[in-house]
Design a protein around this ligand. Structure first.
Ligand code: HSE
Length: 309
């Protein structure tokens, strides 16, 4: 008999400003909904239950590609049917492609009686990121699968470290424009100056230390990116103003979420996070750009599996 499971893979904030491709954080909201069925018909069938025109060819779909890899490893008659309802808008910068990939893999693993480790699940999910952005980065799929904040110390071989952190509130604004991760990677310089690299790795180490020591001031000081942000922020209208006004309102700091266009800010408490939300609204209302703002928290669980009542 075919077994079916429902999972809710959440959004994620990759990079965390200074940690390009190596740091990521899992959010409570938004989250997609996926129904995955295990079959004994060696193929992947994808159905969309939303208005997004995402490819149904599994090799070109961020949920499908990781499942094809799992099937190749299993080398038997196993197949999957997937129904995806995306609540995380593709191209928004909060890990939409990663949610599909991570959700598919976590569901498959559950249906296969948990044969894979978390690290193995991340390595499968990275095939979805390759489809989306041309590159196997893990800073969205790892926090989506592990929950919390993750450090990707290495991709080949995979080495993922969970980073404990104090309670933090995350305000996210999504200006309604689309930035493709592949485009946002293409514009980056291939070389960095040593003086910039020194600043950047000081900030990454400071940010990780700040999380682990519950040192909010250190977290705030370390949320600085001298390599990627100066280039990518040009694609995001109102970016500098959002950042300045959010910090004036009390945010610890923040920046581009993943490859954008969403911008996130971390705050110590909910009152500040809501004040930041109002400032973000004001900036985009001033520019006349349609946008969506929300306050959420760090999700320490990752992909939620709906267990039968
Ligand atoms: N680290 C990736 C990038 C994340 O910034 O290109 C994409 O969400």
């Amino acid at each position: 008999m075919n077994k079916t499971i429902k999972v809710f893979p959440p959004g994620t904030v990759a990079n965390l400003v200074c940690g390009f491709d190596v740091l990521g954080l899992c959010l409570h909201e938004p989250a997609d909904e996926m129904q995955v069925t295990l079959t004994n018909n060696r193929q992947v069938i994808i159905t969309s239950a939303d208005g997004y025109n995402l490819p149904s060819n599994p090799a070109l779909n961020t949920a499908g590609a990781p499942l094809l890899e799992i099937m190749q490893q299993l080398n038997n008659d196993t197949g999957f049917e997937v129904v995806i309802k995306k609540n995380i808008k593709p191209g928004s910068g909060v890990g939409s492609s990663a949610a599909s990939a991570a959700g598919a893999v976590v569901a498959a693993n559950y249906l296969l009686d948990n044969i894979f480790s978390k690290e193995e699940m991340v390595s499968f999910a990275m095939f979805g990121e390759k489809v989306a952005s041309g590159v196997k980065h893990a800073d969205n799929v790892a926090p989506c699968i592990y929950g919390g904040i993750t450090l990707i110390r290495s991709i080949f071989p995979l080495d993922i470290v969970s980073i404990p952190a104090p309670p933090l509130f995350v305000t996210v604004v999504h200006p309604q424009i689309e930035v493709k991760t592949s485009d946002a990677r293409q514009i980056l310089k291939k070389q960095v100056l040593l003086k910039d690299a020194i600043k950047q790795w000081g900030n990454i180490a400071g940010l990780v230390a700040g999380f682990m020591k519950n040192d909010y001031e250190l977290i705030g000081r370390s949320l600085e990116d001298v390599i990627i942000e100066p280039i990518r922020s040009i694609l995001i209208p109102g970016f500098d103003e959002v950042k300045k006004k959010s910090k004036d309102a009390g945010a610890l700091g923040g920046g581009i979420s993943g490859s954008g266009p969403s911008v996130f800010m971390l705050s110590k408490d909910e009152v500040t996070a809501n004040a930041v939300k109002l400032e973000m609204h004001a900036v985009y209302n001033g520019i006349g750009l349609d946008h969506h703002v929300y306050v959420t928290r760090i999700n320490n669980e990752g992909v939620r599996i709906e267990t039968a009542p």
